[in-house]
Design a protein around this ligand. Sequence first.
Ligand code: IPE
Ligand code: IPE
Ligand code: MG
Length: 247
Amino acid sequence: MGKGDTSDPKSLPRPAEHVAIIMDGNGRWATNRGWPRLVGHRRGAERVREIVRACPDLGIRWLTVYAFSTENWKRSTEEVLGLMAIFARYIEREADRLFVEGVRLRFIGDRSRLDRKLQAMMAGIEARTAGGTRLNLTVAINYGGRDEITRAVRAVARDVAAGLLRPEDVTEAAFAGRLDTGGLPDPDLVIRTSGETRTSNFLPWQAAYAEYEFTGTLWPDFTAQELAGIVARFGNRERRFGGVASA
Ligand code: IPE
Ligand code: IPE
Ligand code: MG
């Protein structure tokens, strides 16, 4: 158990230290106003800025956000290119601020399919912010849980074939260390906006014991205040991890 563990767990709820968010509903937010979907995506990127800034005061030390899934390539070329451009601009514009605010930025997902220049920008900002300790921000881009697991299995198979790993040493920890999230803690709380109650291939391994919160708010309308309320409610949930209810 973690630091918040006491003899009476209810008296001191353990905060959600790692919050993961499926930022959904940008398209509907724009369409509802008769605007192009990309306007919603742009507004959505602005929300990320506000939410990132609110995290430290809410006790959140790790924030992981789902920005683009391995399934999102099915969208129109215009939308995919627009999303990539918004993403690149976010990195460009936020680099200094994240660095100054002590935010460490990392990316998960398969980068190999992304534009070369974008890949270089991603590596650059990861290196630049590597010393940040106030908040760990992880952005999932071209991320899919099944894809991630498949790549990790491939890495394990490669190591076994090369004689670097014995099959009996393939433990949960050895496997998890080969996921894109290797070294990151599992999320405590996964939030999905926009009213959809599915996980859409987001962190299936890592969120096996996460609490879930689904809100009808569309991502561009999601505020730090709503996040604070969700995090407070999380503190009152009893997480049993397969054990029995505490007295
Ligand atoms: C989430 O908003 C952003 C991405 C998936 C990239 P959507 O674009 O899925 O918005 P809706 O679900 O169509 O409203
Ligand atoms: C999940 O949203 C992916 C992201 C938020 C990046 P989608 O809008 O792509 O999910 P589905 O298609 O509704 O399951
Ligand atoms: Mg959606």
